[in-house]
Design a protein around this ligand. Structure first.
Ligand code: SF4
Length: 343
């Protein structure tokens, strides 16, 4: 697969993702407090030094595992087709708001800096999403969101901004209408772009210069990630006023990654800085474990502080700290170590 970069320099790289730097007129960073930079430096330090600290810096919290689309590359779509249910052992559901409140209150007291309100589902389906954002903002946390933006009406966008949303990431997988609608089954190319345009207009009218906007696409698994596609994508979203543009490498769910991972030296930085809370309270360590092979604990029963420092996490981090992720069966078959080679 080609991962040739755009002529624009990336300013952020994760193991399977890179992002292009916002131009000065769209840059939101100068409007953030100095503590934001400290937070990002600590984010990098935790990952590179493999130091988990006392508590995660960031939580990915899934308000719901329901979704309004059936995108072709999404594990939900593939698992549904194959009859696999491990990703949703309790079916589909919404998080109990009281559990969310406990997570945020505990986190705010323990050094948590940000929450991202989604994981496996579409967060705009959750009825009390604005209340979730407002609580995080009231506790001084950055409140982020990934969304397909299908339900991001102008009124909903303003509601989220008024609640204190700090970062919004639009998942939008092609600059071409027919390709987008083939991938994002159930979404309208023009309708979603109109929603994004209206959101940015509201943000600008409200004078919210520190709010980060980003559009990101999963690159095609078949190698069709041409320079032209990426530059058309960049132009489409920069013309709309979106600051950050991201490209992610896809996991090919039909592929066996175990042989591809052999001989690689890799450690997952996210094990040391963020945790994922499923809608039902199960705590996972990463975005690569949709089928819950690596559950670290249940946030309904234990404090997150105890889960983060607990035996399950220590047993997972130890081989990663030695670069030997293959000691962990779930990591041995994961796509992330192999895909990270591209970066
Ligand atoms: S399954 Fe293992 S290797 Fe894959 S993302 Fe999670 S921790 Fe990292």
């Amino acid at each position: 697969m080609s991962v040739a970069k755009s002529r624009e320099e990336p300013h952020y790289r994760g193991p399977t993702y890179y992002e292009l730097k916002a131009p000065p007129e769209l840059d939101w960073r100068p409007f953030r407090p100095a503590s934001y930079l400290e937070y990002r430096l600590e984010w990098d330090r935790r990952g590179s030094q493999m130091d988990p600290g006392r508590f995660p810096l960031h939580l990915d919290i899934d308000p719901t595992n329901r979704c309004n689309l059936a995108c072709v590359m999404c594990p939900r779509t593939v698992y549904a087709r194959e009859g696999r249910t491990a990703w949703a052992p309790r079916g589909l559901g919404d998080m109990d708001f009281a559990l969310y409140e406990r997570l945020v209150e505990e986190g705010a007291a323990e050094g948590l800096r940000s929450v991202k309100l989604n994981f496996l589902g579409e967060p705009l389906l959750y009825p009390k999403l604005a209340a979730m954002i407002a609580l995080a903002a009231a506790r001084g946390l950055y409140a982020m969101l990934n969304t397909n933006a299908v339900l991001l009406t102008p009124a909903k966008g303003r509601e989220l901004l008024e609640a204190g949303l700090t970062d919004i990431f639009f998942s939008f997988d092609s600059p071409y209408p027919a390709e987008y609608e083939r991938i994002r089954r159930g979404a309208s190319f023009r309708g979603v772009l109109d929603n994004i345009r209206a959101f940015i207009q509201s943000k600008d009218e409200m004078g919210l210069k520190s709010v980060q906007t980003r559009a990101s696409m999963v690159l095609p698994a078949d190698g069709g990630d041409s320079e032209k596609t990426r530059s058309d994508y960049l132009r489409l979203f920069r013309d709309l006023g979106v600051a950050e543009i991201g490209f992610g490498l896809p996991t090919d769910l039909s592929r066996d990654y175990e042989p591809l991972n052999r001989g690689l030296n890799f450690s997952c930085p996210d094990l040391f800085r963020r945790a994922f809370v499923f809608w039902d309270g199960a705590v996972g360590p990463c975005c690569g474990d949709w089928e819950r092979r690596l559950i670290m604990g249940d946030a309904k029963e234990r404090r997150l502080l105890d889960i983060w420092g607990g035996e399950e996490y220590r047993a997972l981090r130890a081989p990663h700290s030695r670069g030997n992720f293959r000691e962990i069966p779930a990591c041995r078959i994961c796509s992330v170590p192999y895909l990270a080679r591209a970066f």
